[in-house]
Design a protein around this ligand. Sequence first.
Ligand SMILES: [Fe+2]
Length: 320
Amino acid sequence: MTQIHGFIEPTRRPGALGVHSVDHFAFSVPDLKAAQHFYTNFGLDVRETGNQLELYTAGNPHRWTSIGEGPRKALGYISLGVFEEEFGRFQVHFERLRIARMDPPPGVESNGLWVRDCNGILVEVKIAEKSSPSEKSPFAQPSAVPGIRSAPLRGAGGLVMPRRMAHLLVFVRDVDASIKFYADVFGMRLSDRAGGGAFMHGIHGSDHHMLAFGQSDAPGIQHCSWDVGSVDEVGSGAMQMVDKGYTAGWGLGRHVLGSNFFHYVRDPWGSWCEYSADIDYIPADMDWEGKAHPPENSFYLWGPEPPPEFHVNYESPNAV
Ligand SMILES: [Fe+2]
């Protein structure tokens, strides 16, 4: 890969057909003001456009999320980015697989290809710049030399502001079918799986997972994850949310699958927003061997017990 003045040339795997990024995702909530308060305090750049909110990260022009208003919190769609040269190949690919093409949701302007996945989730495939990283994201946890104080005074560190969206974990009805569908139809690959969870990466170079699945009886958003540069930022992010009243969370901890340090904050609708640092990276020229692991020792390496509601899909009509 070539680095010129901080610009990283997007990596790609020649010849292979596959999406390169989760470009963005969309969902609805009953109260946009609550969403604005939550995501602003999380450290995101929340912009009002028309009757919806859009989530950006500081200094990055990419729109990661669209949030509309609806009767309840509900996943709207997932948008996957492809290189311009591959778009026509995807059209042919979908026709060959006899995947029915759908219309975009009302009010969404799009030149993309819209399909429903095996769970009924609406998915767009569109030409987009590669928003997944093309190298491992920088991570640092500096140690002071002797005679120098390392930690700043509390509150002196400023607001934690994630650098980019890292991944999205959606509830699905059938994890095995979803792994196969996203591999066969969108060219993604399995990184690892354990119990009712599976983690997928992009073939053109991405984090260990840019999309993940969790077993449920209905589609839904379990969490979205946002990349920060240090363990300190993970912990400080958790504290900045506690200071604003978002006291329910899970962390600090370290995952096994993906290896990232994490803290999850419970959002106003019972799903989760993750500060993530130092997630594993799978380069475009590597064939990562997807494996199944025992869930009891692959979910997290260390950290507190997850709260029982961590795995509850509040978008399911059967959620209690
Ligand atoms: Fe995550």
